[in-house]
Write a protein of this length. Sequence first.
Length: 141
Amino acid sequence: MQLTYRGVNYDYHPRSAEAARETTVYRTIRPIYNLHYRGVVYAVDPNAEPVLPSVRSSAQLTYRGVAYALNGGEHPIAVQNRASAVSSKPHFQRKASNNAEFVTTHRSNLRTNVQRRLQIAREQGDQNLVSLLERELQQIV
């Protein structure tokens, strides 16, 4: 076969599969050796022919109501219909109240967090951190 690579022409004659096999038949025979992994002994035969991985079958799976397929499988129609029937409404139905409620809840959460940190700083005796946290607590209130 005539090939060209970067302007250079050369002849390429690939070996047939039988010729490649003939070279592997006459290789030296090596002894079997053992490998240890987590207390289990595995025997490895370097003379054995490599095994090609088998083709996995397709699988139809569902995760949290969403159908998907592995290895080129088709989605089951029943699962697709069920997934499309799920409403797009959020799970919570609480109406948003005024901003003041959110602000007071946020401030109370900040205050309890700073108070907890202040208590830990007092227990550890870190006066610099105690003074910083007390100033932060005054700014929150």
